[in-house]
Write a protein that binds this ligand. Structure first.
Ligand code: 13P
Length: 249
């Protein structure tokens, strides 16, 4: 098994001041571990504070929560992958469920964003996941496969080998309802089989993370489930001590 990935998505929480306080505390609780990878996705406006707080901790990587698909131009309020990279980001979330379902991001847009990440030498973490009604209609597989194929449509097989995937069922995000480790494994297997078709040489090394109401009590069971290579955590990553307990477990 590869090194598990523990990724914190802070969403619209923690400005620069709170982030600095968080990191002072978190780094005390979390000494360097070479057998796991820790990632933070702060708000863009907080990125510089987090990058600065982690300058001695090159074992921890930082990313942004969203980018625009164009490299530059008249797109008020947006940031490009190149700008994120220049500010110290190594990764970007693409197609997070809140981008898709609150802000109306389409499958085609996620594909353009993934391609923009590669142009800027940023690693995309493509998020996929079905809504409750889709799950109840037995459409989980078809939805996540459609999102995966669209997200990877504009990149080469070589590039596919260099990204991360997060499976986040929409009904599990922020609801306290977690997929069981068996549920997560089953969907990850479906995603893995598709990655195999897209990148036959490298598919087994592509991390597939699970996200959706991961907390201290359930994180370990999810991380050790077959085909689950890590977790993408919202609410439970906001408290430094609690998040350190999850990543140290
Ligand atoms: P919660 O952990 O708060 O359910 O959020 C999950 C998520 O959306 C992470 O990207």
């Amino acid at each position: 098994m590869q090194r598990p990935v523990f990724a914190a998505n802070w969403k619209m929480n923690h400005g620069p001041t709170e982030a600095r306080e968080f990191m002072t505390s978190f780094l005390r609780y979390y000494p360097r571990h070479s057998d796991r990878q820790v990632l933070f996705f702060p708000a863009s406006i907080t990125l510089a504070a987090v990058v600065d707080a982690l300058k001695e901790r090159t074992d921890i990587r930082v990313g942004v929560q969203n980018i625009h698909w164009e490299d530059k131009g008249a797109f008020t309020g947006e940031i490009s992958a190149a700008m994120a990279r220049d500010a110290g980001a190594h990764l970007a979330l693409v197609g997070h469920s809140e981008r898709r379902h609150v802000f109306g991001e389409t499958d085609a847009e996620t594909g353009r964003k993934v391609a923009a990440c590669f142009r800027a030498h940023i690693v995309p973490m493509l998020c996929v996941g079905e809504k409750l009604a889709e799950r109840e209609a037995g459409e989980t597989e078809s939805v996540v496969l459609r999102q995966l194929r669209a997200g990877l449509a504009d990149i080469s097989a070589e590039q596919v080998a260099h990204l991360l995937i997060a499976y986040e069922p929409v009904w599990a995000i922020g609801t306290g309802k977690t997929a069981t480790p068996e549920d997560a494994s089953r969907v990850h297997q479906v995603l893995r089989a598709e990655l195999r078709a897209l990148a036959p040489d490298k598919y087994s090394a592509i991390p597939i993370l699970y996200g959706g109401s991961v907390n201290r009590a359930n994180a370990t069971q999810l991380v050790i489930a077959p085909e689950v290579d890590g977790v993408l955590v919202g609410g439970a990553s906001l408290d430094a001590e609690g998040w350190a307990a999850i990543v140290r477990a």
